[in-house]
Structures are given as C-alpha cells and as structure tokens.
Design a protein around this ligand. Structure first.
Ligand code: NAD
Length: 366
C-alpha cells in the first residue's frame, strides 16, 4: 500500500479536477452516501483541532470523528460531551498503542506541535492506523524519513495536511501556470507572515517548533513557488533578521529567500512573525501576471490577472476536502495526493534555506 511519490503532474491533475471539474466532483463523488465512513482520531486538541478540524469533520461525507488523543482529562470530558464520544474512544499520548484494539479508528490526524509529529505518527502507525499529519511534517529531514519508514513498515498511508492542494483558487493559479495562459513563467514571489503574540507559546520554542515563521507559515510560500513552477529549486540563498532578540531566541523573526529553478524561473519568498497582513503570491510570465491576495487563509481567497479578470473560485472547507480525499484514497486503496515524501521535500529545502541564511552563501540542492 505504499504510495508512489507525489509528482507535479498529480498537482495538475488535482487542479484540473478542482477548477474545471469542481461541479462534477460535487455532483458525482459526493452525492452518494459512502458504504462506510473512515473513523478519525484527533491527536492534540488545540486551536486547529478545535476551531477547524473537528467542525470540518462534521461537514465531510466520508469521515467521522471516532476518537481523541489528549493529555488533558478536562479537555477530554468537554470533547466527549460535545461530540458524543464514549470513554473507549479517549486516549492520551502514553496509551496510543491501545488504538490497535479500536476498529472504529482508521486514521490518526496528528495536530500537535511540530517537534512531536514523529512520535505521534510512529505511535499511530505501530498501532496499525493511517496517519494524516499537520504541516510542517517535522523539525528535521531525519524525523520525516522515520515517519515515512514507520508508515511503510506498517503498510499504512501517510498524508501531510497541505490543505491548499485542495483549494480551488490556488488550483486555478496552478492551471494558469501549467497551461501557460500568460506564456512561460519567469518569476514567482510569495510571502506569508503574521504578528505572533504570547512569547511563551511553543511556536517560539525551537525544540517544539524547529524554527520560526519559516517552519510555520513560510512553508506555505515555499509550497506555492513549488506547485506554481512545477519544479524543485536547484539552489537557494537566504537572509534571516531578528530585531527582538529576547522574544526570538534561537529562531528567526523574519526570513527572505531566493530560489533558482532548473528552467530559469526565479522564486523569492518572505516570512515573518513581526507583522500581519502579508498573505500573497504573484506570478510573472512572458505576457502577463496573476496572483492571489489573500492566498493562504481558510476562506476568502481571491486574486487578479493582468488581463483584468478576477480570480474568485468557490470557497470550500479545505480541511473537509483534504480529509474526504484521504478517506476516499483509503477506501479505494489508491495513492494519496500529498504523501509524506512531499513533506520531506519541503523540509530538505527549508534546511537548505536555514543553512544559506547561516552561512550567507548559496546552497545547491540535489
Ligand atoms: P495549539 O498550541 O493550539 O495546539 C497544540 C496542541 O498540542 C494542544 O492541545 C496542546 O495541549 C498539545 N500538546 C501536546 N503536547 C504538547 C507539548 N509538549 N507542548 C505544547 N502543546 C502540546 O497549536 P495548533 O495551532 O493547533 O497547531 C498544531 C499543529 O497544527 C502544528 O503543527 C501547526 O503547524 C499545525 N497548524 C496547521 C494549520 C493549517 O492551516 N494547516 C493551522 C494551524 C496550525
């Protein structure tokens, strides 16, 4: 059941389906009730699980919430009452091996801090469960590889929660790029950042975060340059800046980076924890340009094209689409769209970006 590596072609296929064929997808794949729904256990009941994933699960056609994994008995009680979960559906991080005895749980969705993703993914795989793991996949390429190996050894699927691979406005831009509507691409600029508040949160703790805004939201800008170009960067340069050295210890506050792609397309990215409002990408091609602003949020994405047309595709629940797709892949035993290998690829590039920022020199990528 090992999935072949995700390719640029897969993203284009998704793009064609989600843009040109979205109404058909809605009519054909989602009309009939599935014979069996895939049971999801949420591992880590923080902001994302509470605010987005659990509500999205209620909107899915192919999934249902059948378990929770949490370190907080109080939170467990609240979730049990809210989602009608019996005691046998509740686990903590130390009892994950017991998931093996629960046939109602097919998938563990790992939504804990970045530096715990490998522990929780490996525990879930060893218990015989498929895994959907939030981005970034982990804090190092070694950990990412361990996750891939563990899921392979268990014969289970490992998907990474790159929700924008299912988002119609992003997919429309991929279509514009692939169909060369404005000619060959020349350059891509992508930027995502926000002002981070609470200085005590795990996002500012290197062991749990793996880095600063690059790991957290810069990864979306990096992803955009990759899925828009359809290529992997050949080399990177980067510069990190930190003005508040008390708050940002051992992690960057802001980062800019440049990439050269094999075809000659150039990419530039920026990310920050210093201010909000930067949430965009822009693609310049031979005969025009297009982009999204905002580009990466949960809702309200839109964009413009240099020919005057507006980009405004259907606003969907990206988490519901991502989970339904994963569930359908499991039910049909077919390869998933955003496997662990895709998360590993980003971590390799981020590692190179950090090295380039540290040394001040370009880093070549294999
Ligand atoms: P959060 O801080 O709100 O929640 C994290 C959860 O992990 C909490 O319930 C916390 O109790 C639990 N946890 C377990 N062990 C912990 C430990 N040692 N230290 C701290 N917390 C611990 O974080 P979040 O915003 O829900 O992010 C969780 C994951 O989801 C991260 O990997 C993040 O990058 C990702 N994320 C993705 C998106 C997206 O749009 N796809 C958005 C937000 C977050």
């Amino acid at each position: 059941m090992n999935a072949p590596p995700f390719s640029r072609r897969d993203f284009l296929k998704t793009a064609m389906l989600a843009t040109a064929g979205l109404p058909f997808a809605a009519k054909n794949s989602f009309a009939a009730e599935p014979e069996r729904k895939i049971g999801f256990a949420l591992c880590g009941l923080g902001g994302l699980s509470t605010g987005q994933i659990a509500p999205a699960l209620q909107q899915t056609k192919f999934c249902k919430l059948t378990g929770i994994i949490t370190g907080s008995p109080e939170k467990a009680k609240r979730w049990q009452a809210r989602y009608n979960l019996p005691d046998r559906s509740v686990y903590n991080y130390e009892t994950m091996s017991r998931l093996a005895d629960n046939p109602d749980i097919d998938v563990v969705y790992v939504v804990t801090p970045n530096g715990l993703h490998a522990d929780h993914t490996i525990a879930a795989a060893k218990a015989g469960k498929h895994v959907l793991c939030e981005k970034p996949m982990e804090v190092s390429t070694t950990k990412c590889q361990q996750m891939i190996d563990a899921c392979k050894a268990a014969g289970k699927q490992l998907a990474i929660g790159y929700r924008l691979h299912f988002e119609p406005n992003n997919l429309e831009c991929v279509r514009l790029a692939r169909e060369k509507v404005f000619g060959n691409l020349k350059s891509i600029e992508a930027a995502f950042g926000f002002h981070i508040g609470d200085p005590k949160q795990w996002r500012l703790n290197r062991a749990l975060s793996g880095g600063g805004p690059m790991m957290d939201v810069g990864i979306y800008a990096l992803q955009a340059t990759r899925y828009l170009s359809g290529e992997e960067p050949a080399s990177v340069t980067a510069k990190a800046t930190t003005t508040d050295k008390e708050k940002f210890r051992g992690i960057e506050e802001s980062l800019t980076w440049q990439m050269k792609f094999p075809s000659g397309v150039t990419g530039s990215g920026m990310t920050t924890y210093a201010f909000s409002g930067m949430d965009r990408f822009n693609v310049t091609a031979e005969r025009g340009s297009f982009g999204l602003d905002p580009a990466y949020g949960y809702h309200g994405l839109r964009g413009t094209r240099s020919d005057g047309q507006i980009i405004k595709m259907p606003d969907i629940d990206q988490f519901a689409a991502e989970m339904d797709d994963f569930a359908q892949c499991i039910l049909a035993n077919r390869p998933i769209r955003v496997p662990g290998e895709e998360g590993l690829r980003d971590l390799k590039i981020i590692t190179a970006i950090y090295e380039a920022a540290r040394t001040g020199k370009p880093v070549e990528l294999a």
